[in-house]
Design a protein around this ligand. Structure first.
Ligand SMILES: NC(=O)c1ccc[n+]([C@@H]2O[C@H](COP(=O)([O-])OP(=O)(O)OC[C@H]3O[C@@H](n4cnc5c(N)ncnc54)[C@H](O)[C@@H]3O)[C@@H](O)[C@H]2O)c1
Length: 265
């Protein structure tokens, strides 16, 4: 299916790794020009993989003035931005439940990156898109934000906030022909998932500790009816589809890509 994204400019914030990197590849495969944005210098390697129609930009989403400068640079070097995807997300680095195992101060960084960082990005990019009356935004929630997951309470709450912000933005943008949606993944093979594994198994004796693959397999079979992990490339395909005109009547939605986990909960 031709998604009609050829020549359009897509910005993938969080594009250096995991889901963001797969989405950058997915847009590039459709012929889009891709700005790969992340705080990690690995953006250079990803942009090199995508080819000459891409632009690596190192920026931290908590730095709003730097994001504004990045948006201006992308418009000037790649052209009018049509699609903005924000995959940036961090965990607290601590096991959760009960929530009082964490300190209130453990919430601050997670919220600053996962919520304020997304809002900063939307602010940095929306104005010229409103003027042009076209474009899409895609944000990232999580099954954790839809189920009150206890694994990492600040992470779960931040991902619930993304659902609400997506709906709010979709209503605000609709009169300008701009759509905003979110994807809520289940368990995806990415560096973030490796961190969750490391945290979950840290206290286990060496001889009882499952491998990453064993841990994933046991957990996903217990939680999701389809019983299989998600590959980042699957999310990349949904992201490109949601940006395309095939999804022109889809806005304010949260697409769960989780093997049925959320309904099973
Ligand atoms: N992997 C999963 O199983 C899973 C499940 C549910 C939801 N999600 C969500 O999907 C999104 C992508 O997850 P992922 O697994 O690809 O994560 P990841 O850790 O593999 O990649 C996240 C990227 O964000 C970047 N980043 C982090 N903080 C940043 C900051 N302050 N400024 C700029 N860039 C920053 C990192 O450098 C990294 O490249 C996240 O929002 C995550 O919460 C992932």
């Amino acid at each position: 299916m031709d998604l009609g994204l050829r020549g359009q400019v897509a910005v993938v914030v969080g594009g250096a790794n995991g889901i963001g990197k797969a989405i950058a590849h997915s847009f590039a495969a459709e012929g889009a020009k891709v700005a790969v944005v992340d705080r990690s210098p690995d953006v250079a390697a990803v942009a090199a993989e995508l080819g000459p129609d891409s632009l690596p930009v190192v920026v931290d989403v908590t730095d709003y003035p730097a994001l504004q400068a990045a948006a201006a640079r992308i418009e000037s070097e790649l052209g009018p931005v049509a699609h903005v995807v924000v995959t940036v997300g961090i965990d607290s680095g601590k096991g959760g439940f009960p929530f009082w195992n964490l300190e209130p101060s453990d919430w601050t960084r997670v919220y600053t990156v996962n919520v304020q960082g997304v809002v900063n990005t939307a602010h940095a990019f929306y104005a010229p898109m409103i003027e042009r009356r076209t474009g899409t935004f895609l944000f990232f929630s999580s099954v954790a934000g839809l189920t009150g997951s206890q694994t990492d309470p600040p992470y779960s709450a931040s991902k619930a906030a993304i659902v609400n912000f997506t709906q709010c933005a979709a209503k605000d943008f609709a009169p300008y022909n701009i759509r905003a949606n979110a994807i809520a993944p289940g368990m995806v093979h990415t560096p973030l998932q490796q961190k969750v594994y490391a945290l979950a198994t840290a206290g286990m004796p060496e001889n009882e500790r499952p491998t990453y693959e064993e841990w994933c397999d046991t957990k996903i079979k217990r939680l999701a009816p389809l019983g299989r992990m998600v590959d980042p490339e699957e999310i990349g395909a949904y992201a490109a589809y949601l940006a395309s005109q095939h999804a022109r009547n889809v806005t304010g939605q949260v697409l769960s890509v989780d093997g049925g986990w959320v309904m099973h909960w």
